[in-house]
Structures are given as C-alpha cells and as structure tokens.
Design a protein around this ligand. Structure first.
Ligand SMILES: [Zn+2]
Length: 446
C-alpha cells in the first residue's frame, strides 16, 4: 500500500515535492498551450498578435508572456460558428457531450462545452476535494440543489459516485421536504451554498421544530458558490447550526474546481497544483507574485481540459499565498483565507478600498444579529454614503443600543469606514435561496 493512501485521493501527486510539481506544471502548460494554438483559431490569433508561439515557452518565467484571456473575449466569440461556442472550440462539435453556462451575474453568460474526457476530469478534480474533506464510500450525500444549466454540484454528484459514496439528488423538493428526506435517510453529508446552508437551518427550526445539530446526521458540508465558508464568522455559524464540519472549495465554470480546504483547516484552501496552474498577479504592476503575504489577482490555467481550454484566464479572484506548509502533509500550496474577494466587487468608497466580505465577517460575528444583512452604497450629493441594514434576533431586541455601539466600532476597525446603520425587524430583510445579493452599489444608477 502506498503511504498516505487512506489520507489523500492521489497520494503521489498531493505529496510531490514542490520542485517536481513545478516541472510537471510546466510540461503540462506547454502541452495545453500547444493544444489551444493548434486547434483553436481564437487562441492562435491571440498568440500570433502577441508574437508568441508554443516553442517560446521554455521556463516558468516564459508562462507570464502568454496573453491572458478575459471573460469579455469569450463572450464576443460565442454564439458564432461553430454555433454556439465560436472558434475557441478545440474539438469537433460531435465530441462535445456536456453543455453548461456561467451564471451571467457580471454580464451575458458564457457557454462552456466539455467532452466526455473533460467530464471525467471534472469528477476527478472533485474527488480530490471531497476526499480531502473526509468524504468516503460510507457516506450518504444529500445534494439539496436543483441541477440545471449551471455546472454547480453536477460534478460533485459524479465525483461522489466515483468515490463510492451514495448520492441522493434532492433537487425537485422544497426546503422542508429536503430536510425531512435528509432526516429519514440519515444522510451524513451535504453540499450547498453558505446562504442556503444557513437558510435551511432557519427553516428547520422555524417550520419543522427540528434542530439540525441534534436531529439530523450531517457531519460534513461542502460549500461552494460564495465565500462564506472561508469567512470565519460565517463558517462558525454554519458549523454550530448543523453540528458539522464546514469546508470550502473554489471553482468556476470556465476554469474547473481548482481549490479545496482539507480537514486540517489551516485557514485557507489548497490549489490543486496537479490539475491547475494558479498564478497571482499584482493588480497594479501585473508582475507575478510568488512570495506569501501579498494579495493579487488569480490567473488560472486548467492543465488538462480539452474542448474549450482555459489558458491563463483572468479570473478576477483576489488571493494571496500562505507562508507555512499545511499540517495535512499536502505539498500543494494554499491560499490564505481562500478567495478573499473579486476584483469586480472590491470597490472604492470615500477613497477607501472596500470588500463586502469584510463587512460580512463583522456582522456574522455578532450573535445578536441574524444571518441576513444588506449593504447599499449610494451618493449623498457628491459624497459616498453607505447604509448597512441588519436584523436583531428575537432574543436580542432590547440590546439594540449596545449592539449598535459595538458594531460601529468593529466596522470602523475592519473597514475604515462609517455606516448608516438600520435595524430591521427579524425576518424582514430579503431571504435568498441560492446565492445572495447583499451588496448593492447604486452610485452609477443616477
Ligand atoms: Zn491541508
């Protein structure tokens, strides 16, 4: 038996020395770059215009010379021939077996074709995630999620099967029916967005008189879609509500599922460096950051995906490398605090950079406040103005003044900004089923 075979999904790759991983990544990068250059008109034109061709990639430093692909470029070429993907497609249309699209929250959706080989690669990448989070063939996984045109949890479903778990697709049920089914089947694990994990616990208590931590058997929850599982205060809320370990992972339709938390929970996520190349780029200078402790924008390459390759995709996700090795023994580097924001979401308010996740961390650290909140940035005359709406939980209604004073202090400390605080009655702010829209910037709307 290979050492660590019961600990890692792929004990050889996940514990490979860093220098060897770099060699592997460089070889794979050359291969996927050549593949895109040879098979897609879009990529070849992009590279030709930049004056670079596959033979020019000899060292790691050369990788940064390859032009990045922006989401907007993909939008422009799609819905054209070969319909509907356009000429980034690297395989004949008949080899495409899967269609998904991005959620389009930042503009028109991008279509994502995959071949059957790509689809197996998706399940493989998810198996790394789930195995690292303690999923085993003894688990019965409940997925309380309607699978549809978005890739979310499809691959989690297939990876669960691949690993020998029992997978219960809980899609076409309402929240109450899902909870009762989970209870009836004694499901041991589930996958959902942080917003829904908290929403389900709320419904269980309010409408079914069930305490998920006591009355259900869920011991681990795999989160996706929102940063919540990497925000300590939100993670703690979910773990307490469910009496379960909550793990984060990061993925994107165009990239794949590229980072995961392990059971050692070092305070960040491992990048799957066997299947992906993650580069962190300084937002101002564009230089590649290899040292820990310096935040930048992630540029992602999926090293093995064939139908519509992802070569140096400008992900807009913000992250930084962690300095210490993870106690779990994996040699894959990890990003501290997960993806800490999106270059798109981080906005300047009164000249100060504001990440909505920093506000979430403060609000969710107050047990007197409910899970819901809303941030509205607007203009009062020429001056930026931020309103934060929160709800006191039923037992804390008479503590409003002291909560308000502490909240003002904490927010100023963490974000350097002042807010108009609005306290709303419990259960009156909007509830979201999947992904929340808690941040609204109305400054451009006038
Ligand atoms: Zn680890």
């Amino acid at each position: 038996m290979i050492e660590g075979a019961d600990k890692y999904w792929n004990p050889i790759l996940e514990t490979m020395p860093q220098e060897k991983l770099r060699v592997l990544q460089l070889e794979k990068f050359k291969k996927i770059f050549q593949w895109a250059y040879d098979h897609s008109k879009f990529h070849r034109q992009l590279y030709t215009e930049a004056g670079i061709e596959p033979g020019d990639i000899k060292t790691f430093e050369d990788v940064a010379k390859v032009p990045k692909v922006e989401k907007a470029m993909m939008r422009d070429i799609q819905r054209k021939d070969p319909f509907p993907y356009g000429d980034a497609l690297c395989v004949p249309l008949e080899r495409v077996t899967e269609f998904h699209q991005t959620s389009g929250t930042t503009g028109q959706a991008v279509y994502q074709p995959d071949t059957w080989q790509d689809w197996e690669w998706w399940s493989e990448s998810w198996s790394y995630i789930m195995y690292a989070q303690g999923f085993r063939d003894t688990d019965r996984i409940f997925i309380p999620f309607g699978y549809n045109i978005f890739v979310a949890y499809w691959a989690g479903h297939y990876a669960g099967e691949k690993m020998g778990c029992e997978v219960v697709p809980g899609g076409v049920l309402d929240t109450k029916a899902r909870l009762l089914k989970m209870q009836e089947l004694k499901a041991t694990a589930m996958m959902a967005t942080p917003t829904y994990v908290l929403g389900m616990a709320d419904t269980a208590r309010r409408d079914l008189n069930l305490d998920p931590a006591k009355d259900l058997n869920i011991s681990k929850i795999l989160c996706a879609g929102e940063p919540g599982a990497s925000i300590p205060a939100t993670k703690k809320r979910m773990e307490e509500a469910w009496g379960a370990k909550v793990y984060d992972h990061v993925g994107a339709t165009e990239v794949g599922a590229w980072a995961y938390e392990c059971t050692a929970q070092p305070g960040g996520l491992h990048v799957n460096e066997a299947l992906f190349l993650a580069e962190i780029e300084d937002i101002e200078t564009g230089e590649i950051i290899t040292e820990p402790g310096h935040r930048g924008k992630l540029v992602m390459t999926a090293l093995d995906r064939e139908a519509q390759p992802c070569v140096r995709f400008d992900s807009k996700d913000i992250a930084e490398w962690a300095a210490e090795p993870c106690p779990c023994g994996r040699t894959f580097r990890w990003i501290k605090g997960g993806v800490v924001g999106r270059a798109d979401d981080i906005t300047k308010v009164k000249g100060v950079l504001l990440a909505p996740s920093a506000i979430e961390e403060v609000v969710r650290s107050f047990p007197e406040l409910s899970d819901e909140f809303e941030i509205i940035v607007d203009k009062k005359g020429d001056v930026d103005d931020i309103t934060l709406k929160v709800e006191l939980v039923p037992g804390a209604v008479d503590q409003r003044e002291e909560v308000e004073a502490k909240l003002v202090d904490q927010l100023r400390l963490k974000t350097n900004l002042r807010y108009n605080l609005e306290f709303h009655e419990y259960n009156t702010l909007p509830r979201y089923l999947v992904k929340a829209r808690r941040f609204k910037d109305l400054r451009q709307a006038h």
